[in-house]
Design a protein around this ligand. Sequence first.
Ligand code: TRP
Length: 385
Amino acid sequence: MANGMQGRRKYTLSGFACSGLRPSTSLIEDNMNSFKPLVFSGVQPTGNLHLGNYLGAIRKFVALQQNNDCIYCVVDLHAITAQLVHDDLRGQIRSIAAAFIASGIDPNKHIVFNQSAVPQHAELAWVFNCVARIGWMNRMTQFKDKAGKDRENASLGLLAYPSLMAADILVYRATHVPVGDDQKQHLELARDIAQKFNIDFQEKIRAAGTGVDMVVGEEPIHGFFPLVEPLIEGPAPRVMSLRDGTKKMSKSDPSDLSRINLMDDADEILKKIRKAKTDPEGLPSDVEGLKGRPEADNLVGIYAALAEKSKADVLSEFGGQQFSVFKPALADLAVHVLAPITSEMRRLMDDTSHIDAILKDGGERARARAEAVMNDVFDIVGFLR
Ligand code: TRP
């Protein structure tokens, strides 16, 4: 028992400047039994990726791989929860994988694969469906939003979505999950599922000898699954629509002018930034002056994120200038950052054999890891195999 420990177990991770992260590495080294830090995240293959996805998620994935073991998944099983039939699901899967690779994720050092290639995700999700309570699922705001008024008519898969998401992460016993703000509630649910599993099966886990001493709240327990830590902050801001600075940039916005897609060419980027909504004033000289000006705030935030600077730095350069000066500078920067990614994505999508080979290899490596964990889960639950 880890008697001396106070509070819930925190796993440490290095190399990511993020306010949610603790810099210490001592816990991991001090305790041979603790979970090995592992980063996992997933992106759904629905719709085109845009600047918000890049700055909010994929660029974080790239940063994390410098110092951590990472698994990045195209979550195709999730894609059929809200809409069953897709025109070109295979093409969408490849294009997310292409975006990962084109953005700089190294599929040899880390793992890039599609979810359906590893059947253990769905297997563990089934067990989690029996751990999670219907009441927990009914409280998920994303379910309520997506199901709309006619909840009876939503798919059972849409309701169970967070249970599959928990399985995605925990089938590798991953400890850290970079996601957007909107996924926070799902990660809390993943912790609840892990915790209930750990507590309900405590004696079985001990008997199987595959558990880890951990402290949950004040209570020391012997658990099997880590309580995942979300990585929400980081270098990326919330990227808002170019047509309405109060709405998130979204692939489902009917106006294509509202977003910059990762596959847009330079002319389209220039046009969209030129047409981006602004207000009549020039740029303020400090961040305080962006208050109540959502469109100005968004464009300055995008510039800052692309340039990897703070908003204050951007304003010290552009404060007092008109948008007629700032917008062309922003467009140039966006093209400069995105053009290499776009052209690499196009190249990868022209001949899909390379992407397919990466996904196949990633799937095999992921499956080997997931299989080992699932064997332990079968053992703990008591299935005979
Ligand atoms: N629900 C996530 C989203 O829509 C996608 C996702 C599925 C995911 N499984 C995951 C993200 C596991 C992180 C970890 O963005």
